[in-house]
Write a protein that binds this ligand. Sequence first.
Ligand code: AHN
Ligand code: ZN
Length: 332
Amino acid sequence: MKNNKIIFILLASCAIWMSCGNDKEKATSKPPKVEEKAWVKAPSFSSDSAYAYIQAQVAFGPRVPGTQAHKDAGDFLVGTLKSYGAKVTEQEFDAKTFDGVELRLRNIFASFYPEKKKRILIAAHWDTRPFADKDTERKNFPIEGANDGGSGVGVALEFARLLEREAPANVGVDIVFFDGEDWGELNDGPRTQPIDYESWWCLGSQYWSQNKGGYSAYYGILLDMVGSGKAQFNIEETSNKYAPKVVERVWSTGQKLGYGQYFINRVQPAILDDHVFVNEKARIPMIDIVHYDNESGYFGDFHHTHQDNMDIIDKNTLKAVGQTIVQVIWNE
Ligand code: AHN
Ligand code: ZN
């Protein structure tokens, strides 16, 4: 009885003391900022290294599914991811293209710090387009795909290199390289509907999204054509529909780091890309950081032409994208 009384008095005086403290605080300090938690120090993203990874892919030749260059480049990606300590899984599957070609495709999935429960997924496609159908010359020849294919993978590989040296405090990271993204219908050709898929584009992400086992992630970031000096990244509608908070976090972080010329506050209509299937079929919220040319109203001039080679790759853009993602993930 006596003890209870003492405890009561102690608790009551505690409460009075705390409320006084609060009042005092309210009186003297500014209203609390709605700002996010403290800015965590994040490691530096090397654009030289990301650039070198793009060069290494381009050096294999066009990574067109079914070719030796494609196979060799895929093995190179698997080997590189393993060399940085990732647990790598290869997912092979059969697919048919709009022009009747039967392919054996391969998605590549790499897991860093698999013991961490909260996962962030970084995605890019690693295949390149077999045609230059938006070019005026050599339309039937494959493009080099330095930007379309190479750049997203290059940034992700530099991320892998960085992850081996340092782990973010609160999350683990997975990297997925989708195959068969870019064998969609010709620009001015007829449109048909595939039987097994929803679209002739994005074959790898469509397959993965329906055959991913129990895997899930907190959110994902798709990197597509993130290497051109002229790159501008708009807020894409599907990204904003399924993952508005991630969009907000990535764009505000990019702007805060001084990359506001790339991460611009402009809304852009939805595009068909790998993130559509990851959002709608895998049900993982995923944003797309994708080059969109505001002047032409579509992807850049290089898109699906022979201009898509190392000459258009700019290290400043790679740095802006890579450092922004590092900062976002280290801040989780
Ligand atoms: C469309 O052409 C609408 N989507 C294709 C997205 C893409 C192609 N990304 C890279 N290559
Ligand atoms: Zn493409």
